[in-house]
Design a protein around this ligand. Sequence first.
Ligand code: SF4
Length: 400
Amino acid sequence: MPMKLHDMTQIMQDTARRGVGSRRWQRPVYEHFLPPCNQACPAGEDIQGWLSHAQAGAYEEAWRALVANNPMPAVHGRACYHPCESGCNRGSLDESVSIHAVERFLGDEALKNGWTFESAPSTGKKVLIVGAGPAGLSCAYHLARQGHTVEVRDAAAEPGGMMMHGIPAYRLPRTELQQEIARITAMPGVTLTCGVKVEDLAKAKVEGGFDAVFVAVGAQLANHLNVPTGDGKRLVDAVSLLDDVSEQKKPQLGRVVAVVGGGNVAMDAARTAERLGAKDVVIVFRYDKDHMEALPGEAAEAFAEGVKIRWLNVVDHFGADGITVENVTMNADGSVTPTGETTMLAADSVVMAVGQHSDLSLLATMPKITVQKNDTVAVDATTLMTGEAGIFAGGDCIGG
Ligand code: SF4
């Protein structure tokens, strides 16, 4: 008689199996892993869970399943570089499931229909969050859902952090961003205070009677190159440029703009320069194409808009009419070697997009918290707690 085993899907014909003894009773071993899309999602979404609701047309259930992990689907459905789709198994058959587009649709449906978050009864615990960027707001949401009282403070005049001041509006429209932020700050127990910089975290914690603190100050200070500026023309950093544009200012960059750097911020700065009227935008990047730092999609969009790039070039010095760049060669260990061959690049403005770091001066009175060499806070990889009990950190100030 066929025998059905509880952990096998097929009927096992035990009389047809070869071998004797234990081989006849070997069972498959099941190991449980995250699906590749979930594994790739930085927000940790249960993608196949919410997609199955969406496929059934149950959009509110889909949205609720999605926001169990990520409270800003309209934002991520626009600004996220969707690594989930690169991980999608369906891509090896025909093409990946359009997770990003469905997420955006669900986010927009929620805004259109006024769906709001649920939260647990108050726990009586009070948490201070420093920074109202993506990490701080997400933390506020998850704590409020669990019934904790949360106070979010941000030095800027409005919440959003790099979503508001770093990602250009052509990639992330401000209406949806502001609506999704407002839905978080309207949750019971959440208070948002903008325009207030926390200077001394230890003092703020004691004075406010907070049970815990989450530091999410981001990385909004621009790095600079240690090269001579001479009587160089207009030299701006990409963070300030993108911030100015987000505030509806119109920086005058001129017709020819050089952007130094090769990451996503460099691409945003280059595309923004074009939108400000530059006719010729050239990125100067120290590595070759195989070592591009920007995401391929971001770079492809910039190049499609006419942005040019000089691979294997470093800045030698800034001059009155532009910058002098030097050709370099790449070494096997990833370093570069100058060749001595230089070229003068005419440019009306030079935009520096060579990375950012955090202002962590608020931690100066907490000696148990370690600030690492690259200006990031050391935290436990699982709990995100710093060396000081009850003080946690996340987002760009721990390195993303
Ligand atoms: S698009 Fe959404 S689901 Fe995909 S990786 Fe980004 S946040 Fe995750």
